[in-house]
Design a protein around this ligand. Structure first.
Ligand SMILES: [Zn+2]
Length: 115
């Protein structure tokens, strides 16, 4: 009988511990989906909250009033076109195009003349 009581008390103690874990401070984090959905996610206070959350619609929802950890360097993938524009303006390119076209025409003329 006394053995059983002791066992019960031990069980009760461990249950209380479980309850403490369950009531760990939580916060609700809100994300706004670009498609207009609002997502509320419960996070433990000490948890690292992601700035983006994938919405059920597949869009990446953005954290509301995000405390941005540190601005990640945006990895912009440069295309050949980007690199070209770093050296040339559109006006330059149009001028080059005109030059090339003029040369092609001149070549055609030369070709016709020698034939
Ligand atoms: Zn959505």
């Amino acid at each position: 009988m006394s053995e059983a009581l002791r066992g019960t008390r031990l069980g009760a103690t461990s249950l209380e511990n479980d309850r403490d874990v369950e009531f760990a401070p939580r916060m609700t984090v809100t994300y706004n989906c670009p498609a207009g959905h609002v997502i509320n996610m419960p996070f433990a206070v000490e948890a690292e909250v992601p700035v983006e959350w994938e919405c059920h619609c597949g869009e990446m929802a953005l954290l509301v009033d995000a405390v941005k950890p540190e601005p990640k360097p945006v990895k912009h993938v440069r295309t050949h076109w980007d690199m070209l524009l770093e050296r040339r303006t559109i006006a330059d390119l149009e001028e080059l195009l005109e030059e090339r076209l003029a040369l092609l025409e001149a070549d055609d003329d030369a070709g016709l003349r020698s034939a």
